[in-house]
Design a protein around this ligand. Structure first.
Ligand code: HEC
Length: 151
């Protein structure tokens, strides 16, 4: 009989341990995984976007004026730009397919889209990194626009 209680006790302890691990996995892991996601986003941003959109998301100088060849300089992705006016689904589509996919035929742009270069996950992580650099009120407004757009 004594042996039975030992085994029952051991099973309860193992069960509690497993439960603890599940709870930690569900609630404790969140912060870490989003930090990892932002780190990935930053890496992708620096490798594939910063050359045009700027290391500090500042864009190119005089970004509102078209160049002689008809292309626009890259706009900033920080709060001074226009990026946050777009809901999530649009930002994703622009990054994946390029702005040409949404412009009239013959539109000249250097923003050609990253469908062949980046996975959907990498694109989402990059956009999350860009958002993480916005002030709180801009983030809230963009999140609200995304909610209204259903994305
Ligand atoms: C070769 C230069 C270049 C690179 C590299 C580049 N972009 Fe762009 N991007 C532009 C230009 C220029 C525009 C302005 C729109 C246009 O010309 O069609 C733009 C526009 C955008 C827009 C729309 C912004 C708005 O306010 O409407 C988003 C979003 C964007 N880029 C995301 C990215 C992301 C994310 C990356 C990296 C994965 C990236 N871009 C890499 C040049 C670039």
């Amino acid at each position: 009989m004594k042996r039975f209680w030992w085994i029952a006790g051991a099973i309860v302890l193992i069960g509690l341990g497993a439960l603890g691990a599940i709870v930690l996995g569900l609630f404790g892991g969140e912060g870490e995984s989003s930090a990892e996601r932002l780190a990935l986003g930053r890496q992708v941003y620096e490798a594939h976007c910063a050359a045009c959109h700027g290391a500090e998301l500042e864009g190119e100088p005089d970004w509102r004026s078209r160049r002689a060849d008809g292309t626009l300089p890259a706009p900033p992705h920080d709060a001074t730009g226009h990026t946050w006016h777009h809901p999530d689904a649009q930002l994703f589509a622009i990054t994946k397919q390029g702005t040409g996919a949404f412009a009239p035929a013959g539109y000249k742009t250097t923003m050609t889209g990253f469908a062949e270069v980046l996975s959907d996950e990498e694109i989402r992580a990059t956009l999350d990194y860009i958002k993480s650099r916005w002030p709180e009120d801009i983030r809230t407004r963009q999140a609200e626009a995304s909610r209204r757009a259903g994305s």
